[in-house]
Design a protein around this ligand. Structure first.
Ligand code: ATP
Length: 371
């Protein structure tokens, strides 16, 4: 059994006025691929280092399986870790680098070779095995470091931004190789990244951190569909969720001339703290184009400022009058964009695409209708 538990684990550095990791409570299942996600400085690496025994835990504890490892030296924790700066042996061939730990562990030559060959096959490293890893641009060194980790048989893999130095194409390729191997080996993995797209692609679940505090834990789908607060809503999603602070009306929220109907419970919860505002979140794909024939359908008048065409999809960067000023909206409509800067269009907001957050706390409100 190799679950991992952070039980109110806290790390304080004297130079900081808040904990780098603040009372983290997180349970990672046996064999699970958990991603720690968040912006730079939110405490991801410190969490990993606490679990590895490279950083003290000031209060709370860390467990691997049922064993409390909080105060164990790193070598007694049965973990394997890959860092951003891989620390390879420059004079050893790629094969010897990958198999180094197996030699130290006195694994039989035949078995070690089998493991090195398998990892090299999955990571596409076979042609490089005979010589020292070079060509950082090709991701060779990164993949050798990953291979060195994946041939081992620890209770837990720890990976700290292992793909950060790779270009986008190699990164996408290598992360899928890692996921494939991890699923096959079934070894519990904690993977750190600040890249939400990467987190969504590799994680069985994500744990989102901000300023050392856990914001939300869930599958990529859950976190995308039901972000716990405005921070998560704005962080997860390839084009960020649009967030608008709007005045409440008796039946919903007012976006300029548009009334956005909301459930009564949501309006009541939004107003509970004594505010008359609410934050609405709408993802770019949750707008619907309104043609001139739809003029009776309530909608928003948008002016296109810029078209961001990624090839597969196009995002319209637009503005709309919110009643108090110009609001910026990013809108994704199906099909090829036929608009340029300065064009105007009308859109409706899909009812199932409206996320509601407290204007006071930023927390998700009960009863919203986002599907
Ligand atoms: P990044 O992606 O930039 O590495 P991170 O989310 O991994 O960021 P950490 O490296 O865990 O964040 O750092 C969390 C906070 O703790 C940061 O404010 C950082 O400056 C601080 N910190 C980390 N290590 C130390 C240390 N040894 N001494 C003092 N402060 C530290």
């Amino acid at each position: 059994m190799s679950s991992v538990t952070f039980d109110r684990a806290t790390r304080c550095f004297p130079s900081m006025d808040r904990p780098a990791v603040d009372s983290l409570g997180l349970e990672i299942g046996d064999g699970e691929f958990m991603v720690l996600l968040g912006p730079s400085g939110c405490g991801k690496s410190t969490c990993l280092r606490m679990l590895a025994g490279l950083e003290d835990v000031d209060s709370g504890s860390t467990l691997i399986g049922v064993r409390d490892v909080t105060h164990l030296p790193p070598r007694d924790r049965d973990i394997a870790m890959v860092f951003q700066d891989y620390a390879l042996y420059p004079h050893l061939s790629a094969a010897d680098n990958i198999g180094f730990a197996l030699r130290i562990a006195r694994m039989s030559r035949a078995r070690a070779r089998q493991r090195v060959e398998y990892a090299s096959f999955v990571l596409d490293l076979e042609q490089f095995l005979g010589r020292p890893p070079r060509s950082p641009a090709g991701g060779e060194r990164q993949r050798v470091a990953t291979g060195r980790l994946l041939v081992r048989d620890p209770r837990v893999y720890l990976m700290d931004e292992p793909l950060s130095h790779l270009d986008a194409r190699l990164r996408a390729q290598t992360r899928m190789q890692i996921v494939r191997l991890q699923h096959r080996l079934g070894i519990t993995t904690v993977y750190v990244t600040h890249d939400q797209a990467e987190a969504m692609a590799v994680g069985d679940r994500l744990a989102e951190l901000k300023d050392g505090a856990l914001q939300q834990v869930g599958t990529p789908r859950e976190v995308y569909a039901h972000p716990a607060n405005t921070f998560v809503a704005g962080f997860v999603g390839s084009s960020a969720m649009n967030l608008f602070r709007l005045p409440l009306s008796s039946a919903g929220a007012r976006f300029g001339a548009l009334d956005v109907p909301l459930p009564r419970d949501t309006v009541a919860a939004a107003a509970a703290g004594g505010t008359d505002e609410i934050v609405l979140g709408v993802r770019p794909e949750q707008f619907e184009f309104l043609s001139p024939e739809d003029r009776d359908t309530p909608g928003l008048d948008l002016v296109v400022e810029r078209v961001e065409d990624t090839g597969a999809v196009a995002y319209l960067h637009t503005t709309a009058w919110s009643g108090e000023g110009l609001a910026r909206l990013v809108v994704r409509l199906p099909g090829r964009p036929t608009y340029g800067a300065g064009a105007t269009l009308r859109v409706a907001i899909r009812a199932e695409g409206v996320h509601c957050f407290s204007a006071l706390t930023g927390q998700r409100l009960p009863g919203d209708t986002a599907a």
